[in-house]
Design a binder for this molecule. Structure first.
Ligand SMILES: Cc1cc2nc3c(=O)[nH]c(=O)nc-3n(C[C@H](O)[C@H](O)[C@H](O)COP(=O)(O)OP(=O)(O)OC[C@H]3O[C@@H](n4cnc5c(N)ncnc54)[C@H](O)[C@@H]3O)c2cc1C
Ligand SMILES: C=Cc1c2[nH]c(c1C)Cc1[nH]c(c(CCC(=O)O)c1C)Cc1[nH]c(c(C)c1CCC(=O)O)Cc1[nH]c(c(C)c1C=C)C2
Length: 474
C-alpha cells in the first residue's frame, strides 16, 4: 500500500515540502486559511503597485540563498526576478536613526577603509572593535545572548547600537533575549572553531553542497544584495501551487486542523472542522505553538517544548506617497531600542524595487515596522490594537524621520516572527528530536519556528526534512 504524507500549513515551508515530495504519490496539503503562501503575501493594486505584507527581499548568498535561486529557476521564474545589484543605493546605503538623526552605514564602515575613521553614531573607529575581537578569548558557555556575545567580543557600543538594531531588523526581537547560537549559528561556530569570529569567517567553514544555477552565478557576478519578483514575493507560492496542481498534489484551503491523534493501526488521524484525514506521516509546517495545541494529551512533553518557542507580533504599515520624493536613497533605516523601542524601522521599498511602484506616476512606497518584542509595551494586546493607532504611529515616524508630510494611502497588517531564545538549540536539536525518535513518531517539524526565520532557511529546512524522509523510506 502507498504511504500517505500529510503536510500541514501552506506557507513557503509547506509548499516547498510538497514540491520536494511531488514525485511521490499520495501527498496532501492542508492549509487553514483561504489562500496558500503564508507570510509571502503581496497586495497588487490596479495600477500595478505592489505592497508586501511579509518579506520583500531575499538574500542570494550562501548555500541557502543558492538553493532558493535554484528552485526559482526550476519553476521557470528567471525572467520575473528583480535583482538589487551591489552598486545600487539600496545595497550600499542603510541607515540608523539615532539621537533624532539618520546616520548612513555603508558596507565600508565594517570592512573597508572606513574602519579607521570614527563614523557617527559610534564614538570611536570600528578598527578598535576588530582588534578587541581578535584578542578576545573563546567563549565557554554552550549558549549566550547575542548582546552578551557581541559585547564580549567586539565591545558594548557595537552591541548597544548596531547589533540591537540588526536584531530588530531581522527578528523584530531583543538582542538581550535572543540566542547567538540559534540566530547566528555561523558566527557562533566561527568562534568555536577559530577562537575569533573574524578569523573563523575569513578562513571559512568548508564547502556546502553544489547548488549553482544561472541565477546564482549572476547573483555572484553582479553582487546582488537581495532580489524580489516582479509581481511581488507571492509570485513564488503561486508558481509552486501551479507546479503542484500539475503534478496532481491534493491541496486544500480552509482546512484548519483541530486535532492530531494516533490510531491503533499506527496512522495519524487528522481532524478538520468538517471531516478527517488519515496519514502515515505528518510534516508540520505551522508555527510550533499552533502545533502544540493540536497534539493529544500523551504528547504533553513535546507540546511543552513547542509552547516554549515564542513569537512576537509586528505591525506592518505600508504607505504610498504619490508625487513625492524621498530625501535620501537606500534600503531603509533601523531604530535602536534605546531611541524608540516600539518603532523598529522603515523600509524604502520604492528605492530597491521601483518596478513595483505601479503606473500611477512617481511615488514613494515605504513600510513602517512596529512593535516586535516591544509590541505590548507600546501598543497593548496585539489582538485588540486599533489599526488607527498603528497608522498614526507610522505616519508620525515618517514625518519626523523623513520629513514627509503628505497624506499617504496605506494598508496595515499584523504579522508574527518566532524568537529563538536561550536554549533553543537544545530544545530543537536535542529534546524534541530525541522525543520524536524515542516515541517513533512519524512527524517532521519544519517552518520558521525551528531552524531559521528567513525565506531561504524555511525552504532549505523543508528540503532537508523531505530528503531525510525519502532516505528513510528506501
Ligand atoms: C513582516 C515580516 C517581514 C519579513 N521579512 C523577511 C525578509 O525580508 N526576508 C526573509 O527572508 N524573510 C522575511 N520574513 C520571514 C519569512 O517571511 C517567514 O519566516 C516565512 O515566510 C515563514 O514561512 P512558513 O511557511 O514557515 O510559515 P507561515 O508563512 O506562517 O505559514 C504557515 C501556514 O500554516 C497555516 N496554519 C497555521 N495553523 C494551521 C492549522 N491549525 N491548520 C492548517 N493550517 C494552519 C497558516 O495559515 C499559514 O499559511 C518576514 C516575516 C514577516 C512576518
Ligand atoms: C524593522 C523590522 C524588520 C525589517 N525586516 C524584517 C524585520 C523584522 C524581517 C527580515 N529582514 C531580513 C530578514 C531575513 C534575514 C536573512 O537571513 O536573510 C528578515 C526575516 C533581511 C535583513 N534586513 C535587514 C538586515 C540587516 C537583514 C539581514 C540580511 C541583509 O543584510 O540583507 C535590515 C533591515 N530590516 C528592516 C529595515 C528597515 C532594515 C534596515 C535598514 C525591516
Amino acid at each position: 500500500m502507498q504511504r500517505t504524507v500529510a503536510v500541514i500549513g501552506g506557507g513557503i515551508s509547506g509548499l516547498t515540502a510538497c514540491y520536494q515530495l511531488a514525485r511521490s504519490p499520495n501527498i496532501i496539503l492542508l492549509e487553514g486559511s483561504g489562500r496558500l503562501g503564508g507570510w509571502l503575501h503581496s497586495t497588487r493594486t490596479e495600477d500595478g503597485a505592489v505592497f508586501e505584507h511579509g518579506p520583500r527581499g531575499i538574500r542570494p548568498a550562501g548555500t541557502v540563498g543558492k538553493n532558493t535561486l535554484l528552485m526559482v529557476s526550476e519553476l521557470g521564474l528567471d525572467a520575473d526576478v528583480l535583482p538589487v545589484p551591489g552598486d545600487h543605493p539600496a545595497s550600499k546605503n542603510r541607515y540608523l536613526y539615532v539621537s533624532g538623526a539618520l546616520h548612513r552605514l555603508n558596507p565600508s564602515v565594517f570592512v573597508g577603509s572606513g574602519v579607521l575613521r570614527t563614523v557617527s553614531p559610534f564614538t570611536r573607529p570600528l578598527f578598535w572593535s576588530g582588534l578587541h575581537e581578535l584578542a578576545a578569548p573563546r567563549g565557554t558557555q554552550p549558549d549566550e545572548t547575542i548582546h552578551s556575545f557581541v559585547s564580549r567580543r567586539f565591545g558594548k557600543e557595537l552591541a548597544d547600537i548596531a547589533i540591537d538594531s540588526l536584531c530588530r531588523g531581522v527578528f523584530a526581537g531583543d538582542c538581550r533575549a535572543l540566542s547567538m547560537r540559534s540566530c547566528f549559528p555561523a558566527l557562533f561556530e566561527a568562534e568555536q572553531r577559530q577562537r575569533s569570529v573574524i578569523l573563523g569567517m575569513a578562513l571559512g567553514g568548508g564547502k556546502g553542497p553544489a547548488l549553482d544555477s544561472v541565477l546564482s552565478r549572476r547573483a555572484r557576478d553582479e553582487r546582488w544584495s537581495q532580489w524580489s519578483l516582479r509581481g511581488g514575493m507571492e509570485t513564488l507560492p503561486e508558481a509552486l501551487q501551479d507546479f503542484l496542481r500539475r503534478r496532481g498534489v491534493e491541496m486544500h484551503c480552509h482546512a484548519r486542523l483541530q486535532r492530531l491523534e494516533r490510531t491503533a493501526a499506527e496512522c495519524w488521524q487528522i481532524t478538520l472542522e468538517d471531516g478527517s484525514v488519515r496519514a502515515d506521516h505528518v510534516i508540520s509546517a505551522i508555527p510550533a505553538r499552533a502545533l502544540a495545541v493540536l497534539l493529544p494529551g500523551w504528547a504533553e512533553p513535546l507540546a511543552q517544548e513547542l509552547r516554549s518557542i515564542e513569537a512576537v507580533s509586528v505591525g506592518v504599515v505600508n504607505l504610498q506617497y504619490n508625487g513625492a520624493t524621498l530625501p535620501i536613497t537606500g534600503f531603509g533605516h533601523l531604530v535602536p531600542s534605546f531611541e524608540d523601542s516600539s518603532l523598529l524601522g522603515i523600509i524604502y521599498d520604492s528605492v530597491a524595487f521601483p518596478e513595483q511602484n505601479g503606473t500611477g506616476g512617481p511615488s514613494v512606497r515605504l513600510t513602517v515596522m512596529l512593535g516586535g518584542a516591544w509590541f505590548e509595551q507600546g501598543f497593548g494586546d496585539p489582538d485588540m490594537v486599533p489599526q488607527a493607532m498603528l497608522l498614526s504611529r507610522a505616519k508620525e515616524a515618517v514625518r519626523a524621520h523623513l520629513g514627509m508630510m503628505a497624506e499617504p494611502s496605506h494598508t496595515i497588517i499584523k504579522a508574527c516572527i518566532p524568537q529563538y531564545t536561550l536554549g533553543h538549540w537544545q530544545r530543537t536539536g536535542k529534546t524534541i528530536s530525541r522525543y520524536l525518535e524515542q516515541e517513533g513518531l512519524p512527524l517532521s517539524l519544519i517552518g520558521a519556528s525551528y531552524q531559521g526565520v528567513s525565506v531561504n532557511d524555511c525552504i532549505y529546512s523543508a528540503k532537508t526534512a523531505v530528503t531525510r524522509l525519502l532516505d528513510q523510506a528506501h
